[in-house]
Design a protein around this ligand. Structure first.
Ligand code: F6R
Length: 606
C-alpha cells in the first residue's frame, strides 16, 4: 500500500528519497512522486507507474535541496495517473503533502474549497489537505497542519513540507503508521521503518492523534489538541541487506530459501529442554493465568489467518483448549461476544493490517486480553497488543507471505506446547515435540533442495484454469494457504476445500480439466483422504499430492514427498512445496512474482 518517506538535514535529499521509495516498493503501488524544496520553492515530479519511471522523469540535473518528501501511491480516490500521484500541492505550489489513508469527508471539504474558488488538479482526497493547510493563517507549519486536521475525518499517516518554512517537516498519524528516524544533524520520516534501515539507528513511532515537527536537529511531538507528548527513541532492528535480492531472481524465492535460517531465529532461546516445554517470555502469562484460559481466538487476515487456522488446531490438539481462528476482517464487523477467559491472539506479519488492528481494538475496548504473533518489531499491532511473540523472520519483501507463514505456524506450535505443558501434555510428549521442532530447519532445507521434483505438478497446474486444493483437519489449513499462494501470483483460480466436504457439492465441478491437489500426510486420516481421491478419479479429475515417503496412492498422477516430522508439525513441512509450486507456476506463466497485480504488502486501509 502507499508509502511515505521524508528527510530534513544537511545532505542532498533526492537520492535519499529515491532510495526510500525503492525500499517501499515491496508494499505494492501504482504511482510515485517526490517534492523537494529547491531555492525557496517546491519542485515536484510525479509519475504513474514504477519508481524507475519516476527516476526517468526527473530532470537530468536532479533536484537540489536538503528537505523533501516522497510517496508511493496505491489508488483509492481517483485512478492511478500522474495527476493523482502524490505529493499534492496547493495552488501556489508552496505546501506539499504525502498521505496514506482515506479522508472520509473529502467530498464535503472539496465542495467547500471549490465554492471558495480553489481549482483542483487531481481527483484525490489528499489534495484537499494541501489547500486546507495553505489557507491557514497560523505562523508555524505544525500549527497550520493541526488546524487543518481538525477539519478532517478519516484515517491518515502524512508528511507535509512548506517551501516558505523549509526548516521542518510536519508528520501526523491517525490510523496510518508514521515513524521518525533519528540521525545526526538529520531526521527522517517514513510510513515503514524499513525505509530508514541503514540511515537511522533509532526511531520514534507516532501514536494515533499525534503530530510531529521534525527538524534537522530534533523533533517534538504533540497531540492534535496541542498537549506535548514525550517519546523515547527505540533501536531500529533489521539489516538493509534484507532488501537486497542477491543472486535470486525474486524476493519470493529468496525468502523461501531463507526459511531454515528464519525458523532458527524463531526457535532461538525458546526451547526449554529441561522442562520439555517452550518458553515464550513475551506473552507475559504466568502458569496460573495459562490455566485460566478457557478458549483461544485467533484473528488475522489472508495468510496470517490461515496460519492461525493451523495454530488453533495445534492449541486444541496439544493444550486441549478449544481454539478457533477467524478472519479479523469479518470478526470486527459482527459485534462479537468478548469473553474474560478467552485469550485473543492477533497474527500479522506487517503488524499494520488495518482489519486486524481494528479487530483487536474492538476486543480491548470490550475488556478482552490480546497478544500478538507479529514479525515487524514496534509495528502498530505489536504496540497495541503490548505482549506476544515476535517471529524474528527478518524483512519479508515479496508481497506474498512465505517465510512468515512458516515462522508463524511454528510460533503457534511453541505456544501450544507451552500451554499444553502447564496442562496435560506429558514431559515425554513435550520432549518429542522439541525434537521435532529442532529438526524443522534442516528438513525445510532438504525440501527446498529438491525443488526440481515439483516440475510435473507445476506443469499440470499451469495448463489448467481451475484447480482444487484439498486437505483434512490441519491439512485443510495447508490447502487454504497453498491455494492462496497459487491464486495470488499465478492468477489461476485455485479453490481450497475441506476434503470431507468435496462430496457435499463441488464434486459436480470435477472433470479432466480440474486438477485436484491433495495434502496427503501419512496420518490417521490417510484412508479417508484416499477415498476422496478415488471419488475425484472416478470423475476423471487429475490428482496431484504433497505427501509422505512410502504412501501408496495409485490414483495420484504426480506427487512430492516431504520428510516426516512429528504428526502435529507435519503441516509446516507440507506447506513448503506449495510455496515452491506457486512460484514455479507463476514463473512459467511469466507473472510479476514479487508485486502481483492488485495486491499490497500491508493493507492499511479498510
Ligand atoms: C498472502 C498475503 C496476505 C497477508 C494479509 C495479512 O500471501 O501476503 O494475505 O497475509 O494481507 O497481512 P499481515 O500478515 O501483514 O497482517
Amino acid at each position: 500500500m502507499c508509502g511515505i518517506v521524508g528527510y530534513v538535514g544537511h545532505r542532498q535529499v533526492l537520492p535519499l528519497l529515491m532510495e526510500g521509495l525503492r525500499r517501499l516498493e515491496y508494499r505494492g503501488y501504482d504511482s510515485a512522486g517526490v517534492a523537494v524544496i529547491q531555492g525557496g520553492r517546491l519542485a515536484v515530479v510525479k509519475k504513474q507507474g514504477k519508481v524507475r519511471e519516476l527516476d526517468a522523469a526527473l530532470p537530468v540535473a536532479g533536484l537540489s535541496g536538503s528537505v523533501g518528501v516522497a510517496h508511493t501511491r496505491w489508488a483509492t480516490h481517483g485512478e492511478p495517473s500522474d495527476a493523482n500521484a502524490h505529493p499534492h500541492t496547493d495552488a501556489g505550489d508552496r505546501i506539499g503533502v504525502v498521505h496514506n489513508g482515506i479522508i472520509e469527508n473529502a467530498a464535503e471539504l472539496r465542495a467547500r474549497l471549490v465554492a471558495d474558488g480553489v481549482v483542483f488538479r487531481s481527483q484525490t482526497d489528499t489534495e484537499v489537505l494541501a489547500h486546507l493547510i495553505a489557507a491557514r493563517p497560523e505562523n508555524s507549519l505544525v500549527d497550520a497542519v493541526r488546524a487543518a486536521l481538525r477539519q478532517v475525518k478519516g484515517a491518515y499517516g502524512l508528511a507535509v513540507v512548506d517551501a516558505a518554512r523549509p526548516e521542518a517537516i510536519v508528520a501526523a498519524r491517525n490510523g496510518g503508521p508514521v515513524v521518525i528516524g533519528v540521525g545526526e544533524g538529520e531526521m527522517f520520516v517514513a510510513s515503514d521503518a524499513v525505509a530508514l534501515l541503514g540511515h537511522a539507528k533509532t526511531v520514534v513511532h507516532l501514536d494515533d492523534g499525534e503530530l510531529a515537527e521534525v527538524r534537522a536537529d530534533g523533533f517534538s511531538v504533540a497531540t492534535l489538541e496541542g498537549a506535548e507528548t514525550r517519546k523515547i527513541p527505540q533501536a531500529l532492528e533489521g539489516e538493509a541487506s534484507g532488501f537486497d535480492r542477491g543472486d535470486f531472481a525474486h524476493f519470493m524465492k529468496k525468502e523461501i530459501a531463507e526459511q531454515p535460517e528464519a525458523l532458527r531465529r524463531t526457535l532461538l532461546g525458546r526451547l526449554d529442554h529441561r522442562f520439555s516445554t517452550a518458553h515464550l517470555g513475551g506473552i507475559e502469562l504466568a502458569a496460573r493465568e495459562m490455566l485460566d484460559i478457557r478458549r483461544v481466538k485467533i484473528l488475522g487476515c489472508g495468510s496470517a489467518y490461515y496460519s492461525g487456522v493451523l495454530g488453533a488446531h495445534l492449541i486444541e490438539t496439544l493444550a486441549r483448549i478449544p481454539a478457533h481462528a477467524e478472519p479479523a476482517s469479518e470478526f470486527r464487523y459482527r459485534n462479537p461476544v468478548i469473553e474474560q477467559d478467552t485469550l485473543y491472539v492477533a497474527v500479522s506479519q506487517s503488524g499494520e493490517t488495518f482489519d486486524t488492528l481494528a479487530a483487536i481494538q474492538e476486543v480491548k475496548r470490550k475488556g478482552g486480553r490480546v497478544m500478538g504473533v507479529i514479525n515487524a518489531v514496534g509495528s502498530t499491532i505489536a504496540r497495541e497488543c503490548g505482549r506476544g511473540v515476535y517471529l524474528h523472520a527478518g524483512p519479508e519483501v515479496a508481497v506474498v507471505s512465505t517465510k512468515t507463514w512458516t515462522c508463524t505456524a511454528t510460533a503457534f506450535a511453541l505456544l501450544a506446547l507451552q500451554l499444553g505443558r502447564v496442562r496435560d501434555l506429558s514431559a515425554a510428549q513435550g520432549a518429542r515435540l522439541l525434537a521435532g521442532l529442532s529438526a524443522l530447519p534442516d528438513q525445510i532445507a532438504e525440501i527446498i533442495a529438491r525443488e526440481a521434483e515439483l516440475a510435473p505438478l507445476a506443469a499440470r497446474l499451469a495448463g489448467s484454469q481451475h484447480a482444487y486444493f484439498i486437505g483434512r483437519s490441519a491439512g485443510f489449513a495447508v490447502a487454504m494457504e497453498g491455494a492462496l499462494k497459487l491464486k495470488e501470483i499465478s492468477y489461476l483460480h485455485a479453490e481450497a476445500y475441506a476434503a470431507s466436504e468435496l462430496k457435499h457439492g463441488p464434486l459436480a465441478l470435477i472433470t479432466s480439466q480440474t486438477p485436484v491437489l491433495a495434502v496427503l500426510p501419512d496420518d490417521d486420516l490417510l484412508a479417508k483422504n484416499l477415498s476422496t481421491i478415488a471419488e475425484v478419479r472416478t470423475r476423471q479429475g487429475p490428482v496431484l499430492a504433497i505427501t509422505h515417503p512410502g504412501v501408496y496412492a495409485p490414483d495420484v498422477e504426480a506427487a512430492f514427498a516431504v520428510p516426516r516430522s512429528e504428526p502435529e508439525l507435519d503441516p509446516i513441512l507440507l506447506n513448503i512445496p506449495l510455496q515452491l509450486l506457486a512460484y514455479q507456476v507463476a514463473q512459467g506463466l511469466g507473472r510479476e512474482i514479487d508485486q502481483p497485480r492488485n495486491l499490497a504488502k500491508s493493507v492499511t486501509v479498510e
